[in-house]
Design a binder for this molecule. Structure first.
Ligand code: C2E
Ligand code: MG
Ligand code: MG
Ligand code: MG
Length: 292
């Protein structure tokens, strides 16, 4: 048999491929178990007013509390998770947890704190997203304008006729829709116009070199101008150093997110910080922490 496979390295590749398939199958099984045993948890990353440093919102980011490997970020599993039948259910759980967390932050701060939740394509494909959102808002009492769903280009480039009506229904509820990682893909301006968006999130890749690379600076300025002329809010992601925040402020970007203001962290840590900051000048400012 080995002979018919030709030179020895072919056999090697076959073994290699088999090992890879086995690893994928193992990961899929582990993801199923993780969902059943509630090993998926939600971390929150602060979003701040770039002028005052005050907390304006948070983004919910999925983490896997793996029994052997420890805390895993989405890079280690999300591509595979998206291809499993549990994706929509995991997404719905993140949504529910995020809204509960947002209510706790809202109560602690005594004002609205917006929560951003990333969507899986599967949640829109299944067709029950609007009903799920309505139910979660009713159960948690979170005002609809405090929820912002984040969609990426993968979703924008999916079936428009399936997706746009659902996004319109969500907008009609008062829920915000943000275009995540904006500028990295192929979405056209006419697509941008057709989608009922409320916010653009400038991708981290442009922010990271904004002070050094004139092209990135031009792109950031262009996205800010586009947002302003289309009446969309703009938030910059991945702000790590003060010079990046300075550039953004100078160009009228009002909101930012990044390690400079805080890493993704458990809601308890964020609630603790809010308490520490009570009575301070900026009652809600969040100082950078490393909780990951
Ligand atoms: P994203 O939605 O663009 O989220 C922002 C990512 O950038 C997060 O990575 C965050 O930790 C990271 N980040 C934020 N500020 C900085 C910074 O200053 N420097 C650097 N180097 N990174 C920063 P994370 O948590 O690993 O998530 C990666 C991606 O996984 C997310 O990108 C999102 O596309 C996806 N994801 C996370 N949670 C969910 C979820 O609940 N549902 C869905 N569908 N996707 C999710
Ligand atoms: Mg996001
Ligand atoms: Mg993003
Ligand atoms: Mg990103």
């Amino acid at each position: 048999e080995a002979k018919s496979l030709g030179p020895g390295n072919r056999l090697f590749y076959t073994e290699d491929l088999r090992a890879k398939l086995e690893a994928v199958q193992e990961l899929r099984t582990a993801l199923q178990v993780a969902h059943e045993e509630e090993q998926f948890i939600v971390f929150l990353q602060p979003q701040v007013d770039l002028e005052t440093g005050a907390l304006t919102g948070v983004e919910a980011l999925l983490r896997w509390q793996h029994p052997e490997r420890g805390l895993l970020a989405p890079g280690a599993f999300i591509a595979e998770l998206e291809n499993t039948p549990i994706a929509a259910d995991v997404g719905n759980r993140v949504l529910a947890q995020a809204c509960r967390d947002a209510m706790r932050l809202r109560q602690r701060h005594g004002r609205d704190i917006r929560i951003g939740v990333n969507l899986f394509t599967a949640q829109l494909r299944r067709g029950d997203l609007v009903a799920s959102v309505e139910r979660v808002l009713a159960e948690t009492d979170l005002p609809a304008h405090c929820l912002e769903l984040e969609i990426t280009e993968t979703i924008i480039l999916d079936d428009e006729e399936l997706i746009i009506p659902q996004l319109r229904a969500l907008r009609a509820l008062g829920v915000g829709i943000a275009f995540d990682d904006y500028g990295t893909g192929w979405a056209s301006l006419s697509q941008l116009k057709r989608y009922p968006l409320t916010r653009l999130k400038i991708d981290r890749s442009f922010v990271s070199d904004v002070t050094e690379d004139e092209d990135d600076a031009a792109i950031v300025r262009a996205v800010l101008a586009l947002g302003s002329s289309l009446g969309l809010d703009v938030i910059a992601e991945g702000i790590e150093i003060p010079a990046q925040a300075d550039f953004l402020r100078e160009h009228q970007c009002l909101t930012g997110q990044g390690y400079l203001y805080g890493r993704p962290m458990p809601v308890e840590v964020l609630l603790g910080k809010a308490m520490q900051n009570e009575g301070a000048d900026h009652g809600s400012a969040v100082s950078a922490v490393s909780a990951e």
